[in-house]
Design a protein around this ligand. Structure first.
Ligand code: ATP
Length: 393
């Protein structure tokens, strides 16, 4: 028991942040954040030994991460932060729980539950976070919160939409004020990208993206993006398609953001695409997908439409050669979902189709190695896809 360990180590230990918020809301959350009043690292070492967990320590920040099986606990030493200048990363020094909670983004994220035994389960609520949770309000802890860290505006939007909450009136005013002072422009592109990614990983990102539009802050994410009803319904289609795909094994929900991102970049003009490619740390295949969609998307979409009217599997295989599911979804987002599902089913069947013949088999037939091998394999693949040749398996 963590509480007992804390008592033995003579430190106070609390579970804090998102875990407590979601516990009170009755929402599942497996990310456990602990704050220790005292030596957080010494306590982490004890805890790791007790749990037989792997331990990674950041001496400089007084933090540690414990990992065992597929579980994870973050441990931090209670700290106080101060900012050298607005929108900079904070300086940190050791402190007590209240100070630690005060540096956080919103009252609903500044709740803690004590784990030490005599007080086990005691809810620490310095800033009326529980009341705000009950009333569905996102409230900052101090007036300059958004000026010190403008990414909190985007976090506010995300939590608002995720839980169906609203920004409390004064908080909303602070947000508008920070936006009109262009504070978000001070944030690095990497951090902006992280925030956009977090929105796009939400169960349904569309309402939060609409809110980004209402606040008029697209310029800080993707300058030039023109929001429209059409774009909104494309994004909604992606949500629908992804929900259907979640049951499939060839879909990894960790990359859910990519399809949305590709829909957004599809709506940019070449200059806007250039900016996105320059700013964001995107993997090469995603960069290539952005460019391919912009240059070849229209043609491929037309070919797919034609295929639906009666095409062979090998033709679909050919059309979608080199396309990822993510890029495909963004391309098909303008079309009726039902037809896209037909395409996906056919495509998936094709991907499962393999030819079991190898170069050695062809050699055994007495054919001399050469370019002809590639042609034979290709031919077989086409015949196999179109059902003219059955596998012997
Ligand atoms: P999610 O469910 O999206 O993971 P979370 O609240 O657990 O939400 P994290 O990003 O994991 O979010 O952050 C953990 C905690 O750290 C938050 O609950 C909040 O108290 C604090 N925090 C995170 N980002 C900020 C920030 N920009 N400013 C202040 N506090 C923050």
């Amino acid at each position: 028991n963590i509480g007992q360990l804390a008592d033995e180590a003579n430190v106070k230990v609390y579970v804090v942040g998102g875990f407590v918020r979601d516990l009170l809301l009755g929402v599942e959350n497996l990310d456990i954040d602990l704050v220790v009043e005292g030596d957080g690292i010494a306590f982490s070492t004890r805890l790791a030994r007790f749990l037989r967990a792997r331990l990674r320590v950041h001496e400089k920040f007084g933090t540690a991460m414990l990992v065992w099986d597929d579980q994870k606990i973050d441990v931090a030493t209670a700290r106080r932060e101060f900012y050298q200048h607005p929108a900079a990363l904070p300086q940190v020094e050791a402190s007590n729980l209240r100070q630690d909670l005060y540096r956080r983004d919103f009252t609903i994220n500044a709740l803690a539950i004590q784990l030490n035994l005599p007080a086990f389960g005691y809810l620490v609520d310095f800033f009326s976070g529980r009341r705000d949770l009950e009333q569905g309000l996102i409230r900052v802890l101090y007036n300059l919160s958004f000026v010190e860290d403008p990414t909190r505006i985007i976090r506010a939007i995300r939590f608002e939409q995720r839980y169906g909450f609203m920004m409390e009136a004064e908080t909303l005013e602070f947000a508008h004020e920070a936006i009109s002072r262009k504070m978000i422009g001070e944030v690095s592109f990497e951090r902006m990208f992280d925030e956009l990614l977090l929105i796009l990983q939400e169960k349904n990102p569309v309402p939060a993206l609409c809110r980004v539009t209402e606040f008029g802050i697209w310029e800080f994410f993707l300058p030039d993006l023109q929001w429209s009803d059409g774009l909104e319904s494309e994004l909604a289609n992606v949500t629908t398609l992804q929900h259907l795909l979640k049951e499939q094994q060839w879909w990894d929900s960790k990359s859910q953001w990519i399809s949305y991102f590709l829909v957004l970049t599809k709506h940019l003009k070449p200059d806007g695409i250039e900016v996105a490619l320059q700013r964001y740390p995107l993997k090469l295949w995603i960069r290539e997908a952005i460019v391919t969609i912009s240059e070849e998307g229209f043609r491929v979409a037309q070919e797919l439409d034609k295929w639906l009217k009666g095409g062979k599997n090998s033709e679909l295989d050919e059309i979608l050669q080199g396309w990822s599911v993510e890029a495909f979804l963004s391309l098909r987002a303008t079309y009726p979902v039902q037809e896209t599902i037909l395409l996906l089913e056919a495509w998936q069947a094709i991907r499962k189709t393999s030819i079991s013949i190898t170069g050695n088999d062809i050699k055994a037939l007495g054919i001399k190695p050469g370019p002809i091998y590639g042609e034979i394999m290709n031919r077989l693949r086409v015949e196999r896809l179109d059902g003219t040749v059955q596998s012997s398996e």
